[in-house]
Design a protein around this ligand. Sequence first.
Ligand SMILES: CC(C)(COP(=O)(O)OP(=O)(O)OC[C@H]1O[C@@H](n2cnc3c(N)ncnc32)[C@H](O)[C@@H]1OP(=O)(O)O)[C@@H](O)C(=O)NCCC(=O)NCCS
Length: 468
Amino acid sequence: MTRLNAPSVPADPTSKERLAARGLDYRTVDTADRDAFLNAMQAVTRGFLGPEITGAAVAEESEPTDGRRYLGIFDAGLAQPQVPVATIDSWVTPLSVPGGDLDMWAISGVTVAGTHRGRGIARAMLEGELRAAAGAGLAIAGLTVTETTLYGRYGFGAAVPMSTWTIDTRRAGWAGPEVDGRVEFVSREQLATDLGDVHERVRTRRGGEIAAWPRRWRQAAGLSTSVKDGDHVRGVRYVDADGEVRGALAYRVIENEREFTQSRLNIGVLVTENPDAAAALWGYAVQHALVAEVTASLRPIDDPVRWLVRDERGAVQTIRDHGWLRILDLPRALESRSYATAADVTLEVTDPLGLTSGTWRVRIAPDGGAEVTRLPAAVAVGAAGASGAAGAGDAGTSGAGDAGASGAPGAIAADIRLGIAELSAAYLGGTPLTGLLASGRIAGEPAAVAALDAALRPAQPPTLSIWY
Ligand SMILES: CC(C)(COP(=O)(O)OP(=O)(O)OC[C@H]1O[C@@H](n2cnc3c(N)ncnc32)[C@H](O)[C@@H]1OP(=O)(O)O)[C@@H](O)C(=O)NCCC(=O)NCCS
């Protein structure tokens, strides 16, 4: 399938008009014009609290990433009118979902200059991106966030939780198996290659991952000018008994100068293709000489390290949000993944942009395939999902009497009533619908919520091993 070329999608006309009324020009940055592109990157770096791009960094930073669409907002009245006061960039990437993958509109580089904050510029850009992506036919959008409170208002939900580990190596000890094969050092150039190769091979095994790009791995290997003390990055890889590379680890050791035996090893990126690779590379880190603590972030919430150490209380896990998703086309998103169990439920969805608003029937067959149909609001039905696997053929027009959450006279409440942010959070099974119900974030029949929740949960939780 040919993937949509994001740079061909123009800036959203509604947001363009809204910003023009305030004297701001919202437009695509011409990546062929390296000065214009570098100015946009100066704005992005400033927005994320980085230094001015100078010297050796200029060549690297004025190289756009292939297939990306960069937008800037320009204020002609300023001392530096060529530097955008706000930025956003996007591209189309495969998002792995249970049973396959789905093209996603990835969003990054969202910044608004300190001089222009609080005027609705970010809102105009985010709403513009979502309209543009939906208009271009994408079923879902995604991003990773600096602050958790920014994106729910646009319909994004925290869909892929990830974990951070702090391991007291002496207390935790090591109980992992001896594995065949070897762990060996590699150059940082080779490390970047190995990280990318292994990631690409495992990417589709779980929901939530996206394709990475070469610069992401060069940054992980400390080869990018944007990485401080990049030469402190060390790389090892695991090669199995057949000579195949099955895992790679980028790490730094932060020396404790007052007590050498108390140094810390920080795992930057660890990619593994099988349990042997996980045991070999975690074992290498946890048993490293002079290291009292190993830290790692962006690890899956079911990371095997918990069961590789002797005393799991020596390995402390902290879970937090990482990958955020926003469903744009509800039937297509839900029909693009497979499900763990059958279910038949009706959903009443609210959407701040109106893209997915309405009442929907979701029928999941025992083979894991879903069919989603829109129900006219006035004949929205209930109770179909309370029986979980049963009743896929039942149109469910019974049960009149309750007032629907939509408030339409005579309408019947759907089984589950929720916002698109909550449905997006639950989409890959990384956020339990049952927890959202218990917290009051969604409403509905507990049996229907439990049935859909069970269907959404894959055998392994979703994962997203990079920032973007
Ligand atoms: C976050 C940022 C993009 C907001 O830009 P902005 O133009 O000031 O935002 P807007 O004026 O459009 O505000 C949009 C909404 O977000 C809210 N908001 C803005 N900054 C927020 C913050 N830091 N935390 C929570 N909400 C925030 C506003 O209250 C407003 O809410 P409402 O429209 O629902 O009333 C800007 O502060 C920034 O560049 N920060 C540093 C870089 C960054 O963190 N980018 C996000 C990368 S994921």
